[in-house]
Ligand binder design. Structure first.
Ligand code: ATP
Length: 256
């Protein structure tokens, strides 16, 4: 996945001002930068939730700049949000069931003319949902209302839902936000497991210790522009990056 020269203004304010970068296939890539650098806006543009004013987005060889979110999802691009967006009025299990893609049961024609196919697909999705919940430590709470989960469990649910959609490219907006250190490690392990299965992960992340530990590649955004890209260890030696962002808090959490 890559983007070239993205621009996006809100009124007179330039939220994104020429962002250009590539996310290496099969990598875990971090998108970092100070508050207001344009990270979430870039993720919105990459996922198709927001149109850029100018610039382009590609997945592999395909220009997806004008494709809506669901078409990008068909190409395997799935995202999560800075604030978890579970369906509070559904159970944990139901949340996973509705997150599965291309369900035949959604088509009336299939329900009437291919009932056995629909039933077998439902069985397959149910089994997969159970497996994903077990993997993410949520199986025990599968019948709870999603709204009743703890903040950390909601984060895990959000990622589980994304996994149900079988992503090839997963965009995570601050997956560790508001999460305790034990869970941060667990979520980090899940992300590395996803990479092992070939998923490309791009995550907005403020916690540089996490970035250093699990990300192969880092993109630094400042004032809507790509300031630098590389490994975290290289960026620590980049004076421009240090001045703009890392400052005196190289080992700590940069927060709002
Ligand atoms: N819908 C919007 N309407 C107006 N201004 C917006 C909108 N979305 C973002 N902005 C502005 O665009 C700039 C970039 O915001 P964005 O949320 O993309 O930054 P960010 O790097 O994700 O910040 P943070 O780290 O605080 O989440 C900010 O100045 C923000 O106030």
């Amino acid at each position: 996945m890559a983007c070239v020269d993205l621009h996006k203004s809100f009124g007179g304010a330039k939220a994104v001002n020429g962002a250009t970068f590539a996310v290496p296939e099969g990598s875990v890539t971090a998108l970092i930068g100070p508050n207001g650098a344009g990270k979430t806006t870039v993720v919105n543009i990459l996922s198709g939730a927001m149109a850029s004013d100018t610039g382009s987005v590609t997945i592999g060889d395909q220009d997806v700049t004008r494709l809506p979110t669901h078409k990008r999802a068909d190409l395997g691009m799935v995202r999560t949000f800075q604030l978890s967006r579970e369906f509070g009025g559904l159970t944990v299990f139901e949340n996973l069931m509705v997150a599965a893609r291309r369900q035949r049961g959604e088509s009336l024609i299939d329900i009437y003319f291919r009932p056995r196919l629909v039933a077998s697909q439902q069985k397959e999705i149910t089994a997969r949902a159970a497996a994903v919940l077990a993997q993410y430590g949520l199986y025990e709470v599968r019948d709870e209302w999603a709204r009743a989960l703890s903040g950390g469990q909601k984060r895990l649910l959000e990622i589980s839902r994304a996994v149900m959609a079988e992503p090839k490219i997963l965009l995570l907006d601050e997956p560790m936000a508001g999460v305790n250190p034990v869970l941060i490690d667990r979520i980090g392990d899940h992300i590395l497991d996803l990479r092992k299965t070939g998923v490309t992960v791009m995550m907005v992340e403020h916690n540089l210790a996490v970035v250093e530990k699990i990300c192969d590649h880092v993109i630094v955004l400042a004032e809507g522009r790509t300031l630098a890209t590389g490994q975290m260890s290289e960026l620590r030696d980049n004076t421009e990056v240090v001045r703009a962002y890392l400052g005196g808090v190289l080992d700590g959490r940069i927060d709002s």
